[in-house]
Design a protein around this ligand. Sequence first.
Ligand code: HEC
Ligand code: HEC
Ligand code: HEC
Ligand code: HEC
Length: 139
Amino acid sequence: MKQYLFIMSTLLLCLAVCTGTSMADAQKGPAEIILKSTLDPAKKVKRAFFPHEKHQKRFDCATCHHAQSDDGQQVAYKEGQKIAKCESCHNTKSGIDKKLETFKKAAHARCRACHKKRKKEGKEAGPIKCKGCHRKNIQ
Ligand code: HEC
Ligand code: HEC
Ligand code: HEC
Ligand code: HEC
């Protein structure tokens, strides 16, 4: 009986630890993402490569993620908040500022602008040229 209890509690502990890590991973989202617009796609669809994990290692979640208040204002990221797709707010029907009303505009304003700024400051940066993100061989 004692041995049985020992095995059972070890199993339960394993289960708790394993599901614990997989939940933390799920909250961090995928390590790499192929971004594409589904609501306001360009005539010629362009997917973009995004190494999410590489960016997470360098930057806070709040650098890219935020939420929205009931009256449509941007709300700063809070640890553990629900993370919605950019396009769920940045689309032409949401009434958001015209400069940010598509995935393309929001993404270029966030992604490309950071790469440009860092390059200008002489820091290590990501691609600025179109094909650096819009890679040919991605699905
Ligand atoms: C730092 C990465 C990055 C760079 C550099 C970049 N883009 Fe983008 N672009 C994105 C992301 C992310 C999106 C939003 C997801 C998507 O639709 O592919 C996007 C969206 C687009 C879209 C809309 C695609 C669609 O299917 O709706 C077009 C068109 C586009 N970019 C053109 C360009 C051009 C032209 C350049 C070069 C002058 C460029 N991009 C440079 C990341 C980048
Ligand atoms: C450099 C920008 C950037 C940083 C930093 C970043 N993310 Fe993301 N994350 C994104 C983008 C872009 C997406 C894709 C959103 C989309 O598909 O519209 C995403 C997607 C996600 C998703 C999946 C959302 C979904 O429904 O598909 C989760 C979860 C997530 N991020 C969590 C995090 C957490 C937690 C951190 C901090 C540890 C973080 N991210 C840091 C840009 C970033
Ligand atoms: C829940 C809704 C919502 C989601 C999801 C969302 N945004 Fe926003 N975003 C907003 C609102 C609201 C503003 C403020 C618009 C204004 O200033 O008129 C904003 C502003 C911005 C700005 C300009 C201000 C700044 O912070 O530099 C950028 C760039 C941006 N968002 C990119 C993104 C990206 C990239 C994602 C996905 C990783 C994303 N947003 C997800 C609602 C959202
Ligand atoms: C706050 C600054 C910042 C933002 C925002 C940002 N990046 Fe980057 N990105 C970097 C830096 C710094 C690097 C180079 C470091 C590295 O490669 O680890 C990089 C590297 C990259 C690379 C090349 C990495 C490789 O392995 O080939 C791609 C592609 C890229 N970013 C795409 C994006 C996309 C798409 C977004 C928006 C969804 C984005 N980045 C947002 C700073 C940023």
